[in-house]
Design a protein around this ligand. Sequence first.
Ligand SMILES: *Cc1c(COP(=O)(O)O)cnc(C)c1O
Length: 399
Amino acid sequence: MKSQDYIALDEKYGAHNYHPLPVVISWAEGCRVRDPEGKQYYDFLSAYSAVNQGHRHPAIIQAVKDQLDAVTLTSRAFHNDKMGLFLQKLCDFTGYEMALPMNTGAEAVETALKAARRWGVEKKGVQNGKQEIICVEENFHGRTIAVISMSNDPDSTVNYGPYVTGFVRVPYAKAEAIEAAVTPNTVAVIIEPIQGEAGVYVPPVGYLKAVRDICTKHKILFICDEIQTGFSRTGKRFAWQHEDARPDIMCLGKALGGGIMPISAIVADHEVMDVFTPGTHGSTFGGNPLASAVGIAALKVLVDEKLDENAERLGKIFRDELRKISCKKIVEVRGKGLLNAVVFEKGFEAWNVCIALRDAGLLAKQTHGNIIRFAPPLVITEKELREAIEIIRKVFTAL
Ligand SMILES: *Cc1c(COP(=O)(O)O)cnc(C)c1O
């Protein structure tokens, strides 16, 4: 079968809830992928930062193989001999006391919202049903009904009502807007430390710290959605560390699964996590032994290969080089570490640029029409990065 045949199958039998770039991937390794015709590409999306460790990292693949020969699923009705080791490692890596494992990112966000609502009643004294959670404009936290109830993106929300109540939305990157929205019933503030889906929108320096301080002052939980920004993507293990704005709850996902399978979690200290008691929350697959083995290996790779330092160093080179490209249609190059975006002038169709990049051997995806996100696997070497930059330079200068 050829690429076009696979695409035709997707079109015919798959719901049309995505509009993928017309490229089929049938093989991958590190920061490269290949199509069925054998053409090779740099992967500059990394499955929205779920492949920070690179495709099929040998250490993670080995962990999967070993675990497949032992046990893969037990449910939480029984203990297994991997989950505790995984959560211990996750707590060590993040600096929190406890973790609650789920599967997808949206589930981690749901878990954080549930933790905050319960904490609000049990620890802050808010009446059940009155809890308010402050969220921000242009947020992306996932696709469930509760989560899209925070969104102001029409694509995510139109005709999915009735929406979940209890959310108050304020502008992003304005700490004073958050403080103005606080009431005695506010239990949490949830933000992304950098807004990924919104187009890698980096808030001004000091914002995260200001949000942290507001939350502390008003006895509100600070929830950081690090699902895309976490696990070394922005040059630190977590993006809040750029400002030392330690959240009360972190939502984690994507790269926690090492590019192999969906693994998510929230981490928090006892004060918050102890609101969960047996039967009050859960997931059949959360914390399963296979996922736990993958999670352990995925975290080990981040540490062993110092991927945070690689992201920090190569990110600077990447932005410096992109800013040197002469292309009148580019308005801004922005980002942190290896989470970057090129913003084109309003109304510009970045889709066509992504097609040209594909033809030149590099895969990236536009967001909001005129923005292209560039987020290669963090295992990329400087030599590979510079090769990729030349591809981008060629395509951009021809615009
Ligand atoms: C991808 C993402 C999610 C949702 O994760 P899923 O695994 O797709 O449910 C939530 N928040 C952020 C910031 C994300 O980037």
